[in-house]
Write a protein that binds this ligand. Structure first.
Ligand SMILES: [Zn+2]
Length: 175
């Protein structure tokens, strides 16, 4: 969304006649006002429009992650909510990460984060929330895109995990 404000600034010069000031000043003033209006609108737009849409867009992945709740609870694991995401740790979640995800400390599926234990979740929360943001942008296309990126890395002889574009983005922000 872009708000365009037409601003007319006139100065009384040249014998009382009114002239427009130079166009650079008008452009600069208009840019400043547009920026401040956008800053004012941005927070509520994110809060009331972008975030709910992001949750909805990521929902298929979140539901996949939610499938871990019952097996984890039945096998001695736990569930908690932190920073708008569900965190599942221990029990089956831990077994899954150890045996099927190359011993990863944590893994994100939509708004669900699986962790080996509470300490792993605390340590990796910032990094995993970069993935939460990626799910909110890519929605149902995130997992295919992630898999494709890993596949292309493997084909080029790179590391399918560390060179994956989504991991590089997350590690660049939170190593
Ligand atoms: Zn990661």
């Amino acid at each position: 969304m872009r708000v365009v404000i037409t601003l007319r600034v006139m100065s009384p010069r040249r014998g009382g006649a009114f002239f427009f000031r130079d166009s650079k000043t008008i452009v600069a003033l208009r840019a400043t006002i547009t920026r401040s209006v956008m800053t004012t609108l941005k927070a509520p737009m994110l809060r009331y429009i972008a975030y709910p849409l992001g949750y909805l867009w990521a929902l298929p992945n979140t539901l996949l992650g939610a499938c871990f709740v019952v097996p984890a609870l039945l096998s001695g694991g736990g569930v908690r909510f932190e920073r708008g995401a569900m965190e599942i740790h221990g029990g089956f979640a831990s077994w899954f990460l150890r045996n099927l995800c190359r011993g990863a400390c944590a893994m994100t599926l939509g708004h669900v984060i699986l962790g080996q234990d509470r300490a792993s979740l605390d340590r990796t929360r910032d990094h995993e929330h970069v993935h939460v943001g990626q799910y909110m942008r890519w929605g149902p296309f995130f997992l295919p895109a992630y898999g494709l990126s890993s596949f292309l890395c493997w084909r080029r002889g790179l590391d399918p995990y560390l060179d994956n574009r989504f991991e590089k983005d997350a590690y660049a922000k939170f190593p």
